[in-house]
Design a protein around this ligand. Sequence first.
Ligand SMILES: [Mn+2]
Length: 285
Amino acid sequence: MARVLHLPARGRLIVCTDLQGCLRDFHRIVELFDEAMAETGDAHLLFTGDLIHGPHLDEQDWPDFLGEYYRDASGEVIDELAVLMARHPGRVHALVGNHEHGHIGGPHTAKFAADEVAVLEHLLGPEHAERMRAVLREFALVAIAPCGAVFTHGAPAATIASIRDIEEARLDGFEAGSPIDILDTPVIGAILWARSAEPDVAARFVRTLGGTFCVYGHDVIPEGFEIIGDEQIVVSTSFGVFDANKVYVSLDLAARYRSVHDLRVGHEILPLYPDARPQRERAHG
Ligand SMILES: [Mn+2]
């Protein structure tokens, strides 16, 4: 699969960040995509990586900082993604996150287990694991859209001379390395692992790709999203966030957004669960 995904200049785009194996939120974003398809007949759905690797915890052991309770269902998420991609050819897209990378040549992540790659592949068994890897190998590294949007998994902190630096980036060969080593790897180290980018670095990155702003996840924003400078928006659609604060992005691919400030709450920045009660109210019964 090409490292750079080129989105079209028409239609509606729904963007979902880190699911970390949350099947319920996957179903919800698919429902929103289905609604957009029904309304416009021309919709796209983009996952910006880390669809897999969530906690395997009972509810009583679940700490508040992990947000809304769920149980990891990484295998089901990728199975259902593959079905959805087949049902809507060319309309359902995903980027590699640092957690997917572990299965297809990257260092093994250790967020909720010492080796999450080994744990998930063991749970799935060899055939199912190979099926999952085949899906993950098709994921792109960066997506760009004529509307000005650039999409990455982590922060747009990479220094690139041209789009070719991304097109030619290699994802394999890092199995033995640690996430610390890969941080120093040009291009993919930053794109897959950086939690922030200096505004001038982000500006150069998006402009080199012909864009005006970058949407990414990787980090948790408990309030749902954060705008940094004129070029960056960090979005938390699922993982680490309570339902009432989960946010997704909806873009008009035929528009031209001049900067991240053209994204408006209630229009492009939308609640995943508009009817969810804030955690504060629930805590007080
Ligand atoms: Mn990540």
